[in-house]
Design a protein around this ligand. Structure first.
Ligand SMILES: [Ca+2]
Ligand SMILES: [Ca+2]
Length: 374
């Protein structure tokens, strides 16, 4: 494993890549870095094999297939690895998962198991049909509790598990098991919007939002952007926009934004989806692409602390575009009026390009949504 980490670091330095991730398991050959199927669980009907079709990292990934509605134990690490990684130096464990045919209710989880603690869930997510055939990043925090657990003498190992409530055949691909550090993400890549003056980098409020500079709470520079919802349509609002944004950054040369977002549970009553919309104009048409934070269902952590979220886009969207209108939009439970959140340190990172199929589906969904809201 140490060899893997060194190889990843060397590759990053060679390519001058700006990346806050540290690779732990790349699953790039049929040895799967020692991961294997546990004998006493429900294994996938189509056992693990090496996949090579557009890995999210490196040369390959673990690919399995399920055909029923079971609680599957997919694949696990060998025991005894726990002292070889400096867990407390990082903020999150992250990995990428891709389902060819997500259907109905499903639940994908990374568990950290031992004889004394069988169900510790490090990270979990539902994979939605809108993410069919696209890599979705799942993240879990490295808390003090998890760090202590990983260093403990109890027998500890990671295991992926998948619960599917309807009979359905889908492939499950897993790749790019890595550690992420908030501190590195703070200054990785290119700063696009720092929100450090009253000009707010050209961002403005709409008839449904008021934007202000907040010098009290920020993660970068002197201030952050505070977005307050002043009006809404049902549970939706679009408080702020930036237009024209097409010359703000080299959008076509990259594919991943990181935005730091802060929101409170008491303000948002346990539900906030603060997504980003790429509104693109072409010669004879236009498209609006909705991008969820971290690529899952888009709901963020509501603990009144700053967290970084990635917004992956396809640089091909920018080809032949004549205008780009960015906007921050929200959905919640009930009306968002009177509620607020903060955004700061929006940076452009090199990253994973979503597959065209997923992008087309997102675009269709956005167009339907826009029509309804006009
Ligand atoms: Ca890989
Ligand atoms: Ca700032």
């Amino acid at each position: 494993m140490k060899r893997l980490i060194l190889a990843a670091l060397a590759a990053a330095v060679t390519a001058c890549a700006v990346n806050a991730d540290e690779l732990i398991y790349g699953y790039d050959d049929a040895g799967f870095d020692g991961w294997y199927v546990r004998a006493d669980g429900v294994p996938a009907e189509q056992p693990p094999e090496l996949g090579t079709n557009m890995p999210s990292q490196g040369e390959g990934y673990v690919s399995m297939g399920v055909e029923s509605n079971m609680y599957y134990t997919l694949i696990r690490t060998q025991e005894g690895f726990q002292s070889t990684v400096l867990w407390e130096a990082f903020d999150r464990i992250a990995f990428d998962v891709r389902l060819s045919n997500p259907l109905g209710w499903n639940h994908f989880a990374l568990l950290c198991r031992s004889n004394t603690n069988w169900s510790y869930t490090v990270a979990s997510s539902q994979i939605y049909s809108t993410s069919s055939d696209a890599w979705v990043t799942v993240r879990g925090p490295i808390t003090a509790e998890l760090t202590n657990y990983l260093y403990s003498s109890a027998w500890v190992y990671f295991e992926f598990a998948f619960l599917q409530s309807e009979t359905n055949t889908t492939r499950i691909d897993i790749d790019n098991f890595r550690l992420e550090s908030d501190t590195n993400l703070l200054d990785a890549g290119i700063l696009v919007y720092g929100f450090n003056t009253n000009a707010l980098d050209g961002w403005a409020g709409t008839k449904r939002g008021a934007l202000t500079m907040d010098e009290t709470t920020k993660v970068e520079g002197t201030a952050s952007l505070r977005l307050e919802i002043t009006n809404a349509i049902g549970n939706w609002a679009n408080p702020g926009f930036r237009n024209p944004a097409i010359d703000d950054a080299p959008w076509e040369l990259n594919s991943n934004l990181v935005a730091w977002i802060r929101a409170s549970d008491t303000v948002w009553s346990n539900s906030l989806r603060p997504y980003l919309v790429f509104g693109l104009t072409y010669a004879s048409t236009s498209f609006a692409y909705e991008i969820n934070a971290d690529g899952g269902d888009g709901h963020i952590t509501l603990d009144d602390q700053w967290h970084p979220y990635s917004f992956a886009y396809d640089p091909a969207w920018l080809s032949n575009a004549t205008a780009l209108n960015l906007s921050f939009q929200v959905t919640t439970v009930g009306s968002p009026v009177g509620k607020y959140y903060h955004v700061d340190d929006v940076r452009l990172l090199p990253g994973i390009v979503p597959e065209p199929v997923a992008a087309a589906m997102l675009a269709l969904g956005s167009l339907v949504a826009l029509r309804r809201r006009r």
